[in-house]
Design a protein around this ligand. Structure first.
Ligand code: NAG
Ligand code: NAG
Ligand code: NAG
Length: 481
């Protein structure tokens, strides 16, 4: 009996570090904001929590915390600027790095005020209402009729449909303001918030959700670019909430009568929650009581990070984007698995109705004449490869070559030394900017080096320079393992 008993003990209690499920090198940064787990690490077996010396010698932190010195922050050794100017570095850090979260945090305020109620609700929001955290509130969807409901509806809630137990709602919650767009903030929804110190609380709920809820406005599901709008902002949201716990319930704030359907990148959501998501339409007609919820940073914030991001010229490599990619790949269990020291070139073909390479066979044949390279020609169209298979291939890639299109968003998951060759950029600097943000080397062909061979609702491109690699001023360094 005894061995079986020990075995059961072993499987029942996962180690706290396994439960955190963070990339190993993120742990000391995470522990900065969590005194209890920090103590736990210090008292733990050194072989399990091997960060003890690191923690003792340096107070590492993400960067946005109140008592975080920049030189101890995650990005201090990541960001690179051309000039010595500290000002550019700080601007870059605020625009596309953890400084972005510091700015948001500085505007966070408790809006649900009461000096007398002891069991009051809580509503903490950023000044621009892109993020809120609410405890003990009621969402009244009894008048929401989901039949033939269109996308991006801003009129689902009316005043009084979010009920909070406090005497008054302060500041931002009561400010008259223009919402910029459905996917940009929570202004329309929070306009429905009302302080109800009495009354409403005695009526029973049609549904009570006990788990902490992540309320998410999902972007378009059909390509990786828009999915990263979702996933990156969820990662930022979890930083703002200070927890990466997957035991949370996602609610998709999708107003259509069919709900949010994601057939291509579904597994990406499991990075943030281990439970099947709930659709907004399944709550229609109900009065729902929440213990705790987070209104997640929406995917297309005005001047967000990643979507329409302003970025200072001089600098590259955001620590935040690096941390996001580490985290995402870690939780999907993607590791580099290279077996040789050849340059791995991945030629990504679109195979859609437009922007195709007319001479992709020639280009592939040409790349394959290099004996120092392994060339793989792929297309990720319409779920032909799972998200994990795509990421695995990209993790093993040193040089990604492809036409302008959402597939190039994969550059975010390339290893740090890799390079991207965007064959034709369609006069859109989007992937050039992302490559700089991520810090992978970027190149594109001059427009006189490609010809458009056909343009009837579609653009087909024939590069007539075959010196594609020569176009890269340096070829990426290859690393195995
Ligand atoms: C919901 O809307 C549909 C379509 O507009 C309508 O036919 C139906 O009667 C409505 N249901 C309720 C309960 O109002
Ligand atoms: C928010 O953080 C708290 C810890 O402060 C955690 O218990 C909760 O699960 C988190 N909620 C979400 C939705 O991440
Ligand atoms: C390339 O374009 C030409 C038309 O300019 C067409 O005849 C040819 O079939 C195309 N090749 C491929 C592989 O699509």
């Amino acid at each position: 009996m005894l061995p079986l008993f020990l075995f059961l003990l072993h499987v029942t209690y996962a180690h706290w570090l396994d439960e955190l499920d963070l990339p190993d090198h993120h742990i000391p940064y995470f522990l900065h904001g969590n005194a209890e787990l920090r103590m736990r690490c210090m008292g733990d077996d050194r072989r399990r929590c091997h960060h003890q010396d690191t923690i003792r010698s340096k107070d590492l932190c993400w960067g946005y915390e109140a008592k975080c010195l920049f030189q101890n922050s995650f990005s201090s050794n990541v960001i690179q600027c051309g000039s010595e100017s500290d000002e550019n570095l700080q601007t870059f850090w605020r625009q596309v790095d953890f400084g972005y979260l510091r700015t948001k945090r500085q505007t966070m305020k408790q809006l649900c005020a009461s000096s007398v109620l002891s069991d009051k609700s809580s509503l903490i929001c950023t000044g621009d209402l892109t993020f809120c955290k609410a405890d003990a509130f009621i969402l009244d969807l009894s008048t929401f009729n989901a039949t033939i409901s269109p996308p991006h509806r801003r009129d689902i809630l009316s005043f009084g449909d979010i009920q909070l137990k406090c005497e008054e709602l302060l500041d931002y919650a009561n400010e008259p303001r223009q919402p910029s767009a459905f996917l940009a903030d929570w202004v329309d929804e929070l306009r429905a918030a009302v302080a109800t110190p009495l009354g409403a609380w005695d009526k029973p709920c049609d549904l009570s959700i006990d788990k902490s809820v992540l309320i998410v406005k999902p972007d378009s599901w059909y390509n990786l670019y828009h999915h990263v709008c979702d996933f990156l902002n969820l990662y930022l949201t979890q930083h703002l909430n200070g927890s990466f716990d997957r035991d949370v319930q996602i609610v998709f704030w999708d107003t259509t009568d069919y709900g949010y359907q994601d057939t291509l990148f579904n597994n990406g959501w499991t990075v943030f929650s281990q439970h099947p998501p709930i659709q907004l339409i399944s709550l229609a007609g109900k009065r729902v009581c929440f213990k705790s919820a987070v209104f997640a940073l929406p995917p297309r914030m005005l001047h967000g990070l990643y979507y329409q991001t302003p970025m200072v010229d001089d600098c590259q490599r955001s620590g935040l984007l690096r941390a996001f990619a580490d985290h995402f790949l870690h939780r999907l269990k993607i590791k580099r698995s290279r077996t040789n020291r050849k340059l791995k070139i991945t030629l990504l073909l679109r195979k859609t109705g437009w922007r195709n390479l007319n001479n992709s066979d020639e280009i592939a044949a040409l790349l394959k004449t290099r004996n120092d390279a392994d060339v793989e020609v792929v297309s990720f169209n319409k779920g032909s490869k799972s998200l994990e298979e795509q990421l695995q291939l990209i993790q093993n890639t040193d040089l990604l070559v492809g036409m302008h299109g959402a597939g190039l968003t994969h550059l975010l998951f390339l290893p740090p030394w890799a390079a991207l060759l965007e064959i034709f950029d369609c006069n859109d600097g989007c992937y050039r900017d992302l490559a700089r943000m991520k810090g992978v080397y970027y190149s594109t062909l001059a427009h006189d080096k490609v010809s458009v061979v056909q343009q009837v609702n579609s653009l087909t491109i024939r590069p007539y320079t075959f010196d594609l690699l020569g176009n890269l001023r340096k070829t990426p360094r290859v690393r195995t393992g």
